[in-house]
Design a protein around this ligand. Structure first.
Ligand code: UDP
Ligand code: MG
Length: 334
């Protein structure tokens, strides 16, 4: 068990994460899904009953009830009574899927973690396809709903989202936001999720140096209940995306972004103002009513503001940075 020892060492600075005691944890965020809960429990149980060791003998199912207003908690509780492998966390109110995953990750005791939505749109049996790349050295495997059974109002925006995110972040996945994923423990211990960042887990993980890949799985239409994410998420998703780009690329060096934009703007502004000053010196007056003057002054001022924003960012960073966030350790051998 040398490897485990090494991983424990690497994970030691991660406070609040339970030590691994099991081979596998399912983490299932639940928000008003009472109809499908017995089904997903049943399916996971039957799949694992004939699954390979060590998972068959050593797994748990963590339901995180994200403030459901239906019978979800009562159902989870009943499942808990019937099956000691079930564990239940109930939130005081609805905090969102990111928070639910976060809580589940902190609570999970498995060496590996599988997240899956409660709605049974994916088949838990596909978990073994997801786990295979983990054995081959990947750290996070995301399910790819290659043929997706959702209404076009969901699939079309999602396609745009995935293409743009893949292109801009360089993480070559087709389906970032699928709830069905397999993780090595180090990944969930390292992830710092807040807001609605669950959509970008593969991006954040890859940015931390984890090896990320995907596996195509089958996807079914929702049988019960309603989708919790409507058109509203588009606008928010767009803002979140800007945030992720910023967090992953420029958090470490704000002046690189703001300074570059600012220098460009201020540079052009200086050129324009210089040109007008020369005209003025050579008697080509008045210049006060030329639109070019307004443009030049505006660019100069905005440019300087960008540069000072970058400097303020650097100051904040200098004062608040956390040494552990500056790197991610794969293993320590000592
Ligand atoms: N979910 C949650 N909290 C929320 C919204 C959703 O825990 O505030 C859960 C939900 O119960 C489901 C998963 O997150 O298990 C994905 O939600 P949904 O199926 O509605 O999303 P979709 O598949 O339609 O994108
Ligand atoms: Mg769903």
């Amino acid at each position: 068990m040398k490897v485990h020892h090494e991983l424990d060492l690497a994970a030691q600075h991660l406070v609040g994460v339970a030590p691994p005691q099991l081979a596998l944890s399912f983490v299932i965020p639940v928000y008003n899904e009472h109809e499908s809960l017995p089904m997903i429990h049943q399916r996971i149980s039957e799949v694992l009953a004939i699954g390979p060791q060590p998972y068959r003998a050593s797994y748990e199912i963590v339901f995180v009830d994200d403030g459901s207003s239906d019978e979800s908690f009562a159902v989870c509780n009943a499942l808990r009574q019937a099956d000691a492998r079930v564990r239940v966390i109930q939130f005081r109110r609805n905090f969102g899927k990111t928070a639910a995953l976060n809580a589940g990750f902190r609570f999970a005791r498995g060496e590996r973690i599988i997240t899956i939505d409660a709605d049974m749109q994916e088949d838990p049996a596909d978990m073994f396809y997801l786990m295979k790349p983990l054995d081959e050295g990947f750290d996070l495997v995301s399910a790819w709903r290659k043929i997706r059974n959702d209404p076009p109002s969901k699939t079309l925006p999602s396609r745009v989202f995935n293409t743009v995110v893949a292109r801009l972040t360089g993480v070559p996945l087709h389906d970032f936001n699928c709830g069905f994923k397999a993780y090595k423990r180090e990944v969930v211990a390292d992830l710092r999720l807040y807001g609605e960042l669950h959509r970008f887990i593969p991006v954040l993980a890859s940015q931390r140096g984890f090896r990320v890949t995907e596996v195509a799985v089958e996807h079914k239409a929702r049988r019960f209940g309603k989708s919790k994410f409507g058109a509203k998420r588009l606008g928010r998703g767009y803002l979140d995306f800007i945030q992720v780009l910023f967090l992953t690329n420029y958090l470490r060096r704000p002046l690189r972004l703001f300074g570059a934009i600012g220098t460009l703007l201020a540079g052009f502004g200086t050129l324009i103002c210089g040109y007008l000053s020369v005209l003025w010196l050579f008697g080509e007056r008045p210049i006060g009513d030329r639109p070019l003057l307004t443009l030049g002054v505006l660019m100069l001022i905005t440019g300087l503001q960008f540069i000072s924003t970058g400097l303020v960012g650097e100051m904040l960073r200098y004062n608040t940075f956390n040494p552990e966030d500056e790197y991610a350790i794969r293993r320590i051998v000592d």
